[in-house]
Ligand binder design. Structure first.
Ligand code: ZN
Length: 253
């Protein structure tokens, strides 16, 4: 299978073909998943050593676990937060923030709850699964900290991270913004996401159905998406994204 479609010169490498697409796009959506943050040391959902695989993760991944075992729940999530707070954005995050500076119509959509895209300078990042860096109180609706000992100062209840847990709905407003962005873009780039779970599985299809071109950038093949992609880039996002941006900056200079 050739990774490059027929309307891009067959002599062009996938990287150059992707730079060409980025140069010509008016509205870009970059959809990122765990692969983008791997180089920042964030345990991914699927990694064997990831926190999610531990027994604790299974016990505390539903919002109702907060009622069942408040202190166990808070301890688990506080530990996960501390892992994320010590992490720094990597070259992939920085490249996407730079892309948005060069092309302000670019929307950044992510499944990641680590907040690293925003920390790298990304603007109005659509965090489909929320952010572990924000906490909230479900008892009284308080969303503003501080949260001493992960308690709500207003009502005293245990606070919880503002992330979408198993069995919970996505934030409808964020999801709608992502769907509209997918419909309106002319280039959709998947970065470091297996795009298997909803809505990750749906957004690239929405973009394709509305005529957008697709770039997939992932360590592993994406069998359900790669065939529909104009360009397939296989590798680590922290290596490939800076190469794309170097090419894009060079062409614009
Ligand atoms: Zn409260």
């Amino acid at each position: 299978m050739t990774p490059v479609t027929t309307d891009i010169p067959s002599s062009a490498s996938p990287i150059h073909a992707a730079i060409e697409l980025l140069c010509n796009a008016r509205r870009i959506v970059v959809f990122s998943g765990a692969g983008l943050s791997r180089a920042s040391g964030i345990p991914t959902y699927r990694d064997a050593d990831g926190l999610w695989k531990s027994q604790n993760a299974l016990q505390f991944s539903h919002a109702e676990d907060l009622q069942r075992d408040p202190s166990g729940f808070t301890k688990f999530w506080a530990q996960r937060l501390s892992t994320i707070e010590s992490a720094q954005p990597n070259a992939g995050h920085a490249a996407l923030a730079l892309l948005q500076r060069l092309r302000p119509a670019t929307r950044l959509v992510t499944q990641n709850v680590d907040g690293l895209l925003t920390l790298a300078g990304g603007q109005d990042v659509l965090e489909l699964h929320g952010s572990l860096r924000r906490w909230r109180c479900d008892r009284c609706g308080n969303r503003s900290g501080p949260w001493p000992f992960h308690r709500c100062l207003r009502c005293g209840a245990h606070a919880r991270p503002d992330v979408v847990m198993f069995g919970e709905m996505l934030n409808a407003g964020v999801l709608l913004d992502a769907q509209v962005a997918a419909q309106e873009c002319d280039l959709f780039m998947v970065v470091g996401s297996t795009t298997i779970v909803y809505p990750a599985a749906e957004l690239p299809q929405t973009a394709l159905a509305h005529g957008a071109r697709l770039i997939t950038l992932n360590l592993e093949p994406l069998p359900h998406l790669d065939d529909a992609a104009a360009v397939v880039l296989r590798g680590a996002s922290e290596d490939l994204l800076p190469q794309l941006l170097a090419g894009l900056s060079g062409q614009r200079a």
